[in-house]
Design a protein around this ligand. Structure first.
Ligand code: HEC
Length: 266
């Protein structure tokens, strides 16, 4: 029993440690500006998702009618969000198969139902801000957060293009300091000749949205992806608050009762 327990504890600690450093070494993510209690942001995120992602990625654990959670009515969902099916109870399946995805892109677009549980909101937010032009790649795009990703930058009309900027430093310490100073997305990597390089993205040609508008667009989308990974989480938080209030009131009564019982003893 003992060694088994120790092993379990070690496994839990190891998992905690590795999730703390989940992002690849040297990568500094941009924190996601999301608020899962903001229903309007979630509605916009759902719209962004069906318009720009559902063409390739499915969300097989999410049903359209679950979106009533977000304050949408069945007819709003049908009119504005359902392009792939006519049944409100259907799951959000992608129109392309895994085989086609692999054949067309070189890698299948994965299901995004629980993507946020796997990668985390900060990773997703950074990933959607990290596409840059790269003539060497098949799609013409590359990504600072997911190097050589097979996904094209499907939002480039909105975001405009970005280019990669690399700065070389003599040692790792200087490079890390420079990456921190960026206060955003940056990747620190060893370079040739014992040097270190800091990679970041810089604006190229503008898109239809300004940089701030694009970030809001992506934040809404990530907010939705995060909601979709655990739709009942808001409910869980609310139940938790009610339970704590209940326990607080119970504590007050229990304490008053205890004082009453013991008052003759002391
Ligand atoms: C044209 C098809 C296409 C569209 C549209 C598309 N993707 Fe992708 N996406 C892909 C492919 C292909 C991959 C697999 C990339 C790889 O493994 O290299 C991918 C990978 C991803 C990944 C990384 C998954 C992982 O953890 O490995 C995320 C996150 C993602 N897409 C999010 C989105 C979001 C959000 C949208 C909507 C804005 C979107 N994608 C739209 C094709 C697409």
């Amino acid at each position: 029993m003992r060694p088994a327990l120790t092993r379990l504890l070690a496994a839990v600690l190891l998992a905690a440690a590795s999730s703390a450093s989940a992002s690849e070494a040297g990568l500094r993510l941009e924190p996601a500006l999301v608020n899962r209690l903001d229903v309007e942001s979630l509605q916009r995120g759902a719209r962004n998702f069906v318009n720009y992602c559902l063409g390739c990625h499915g969300a097989q654990y999410m049903r359209y009618n679950r979106l009533t959670d977000l304050g949408l009515t069945d007819s709003q969902i049908k009119d504005n969000l359902m392009f792939a099916t006519d049944k409100i109870g259907s799951t959000m399946t992608a129109p392309i198969s895994r085989g086609d995805g692999t054949a067309w892109f070189g890698a299948p677009p994965p299901d995004l139902s629980v993507e946020s549980r796997i990668r985390g909101a900060d990773w997703l937010f950074s990933y959607l801000l990290a596409f840059y032009r790269d003539d060497q790649s098949t799609t013409g795009w590359n990504n600072l957060v997911f190097p050589r990703v097979a996904m094209p930058h499907v939002l480039w009309n909105l975001s405009g293009t970005q280019k990669l900027v690399e700065t070389e430093y003599d040692d790792q310490e200087k490079a890390e300091a420079a990456a921190i100073a960026v206060k955003g997305l940056a990747l620190v990597e060893p370079a040739k000749g014992g040097k270190w390089v800091v990679k970041m993205v810089a604006p190229g040609t503008p898109g239809t949205l300004s940089a701030v508008e694009y970030k809001t667009f992506v934040a809404d989308l990530v907010n939705y992806l995060d909601y979709m990974a655990e739709p009942v989480r808001n409910e869980r938080i609310n139940i938790g608050i009610v339970v704590l209030i209940y326990l607080g009131v119970l504590f007050a009564f229990a304490y008053a009762l205890k004082r009453n019982y013991w008052k003759d003893v002391h």
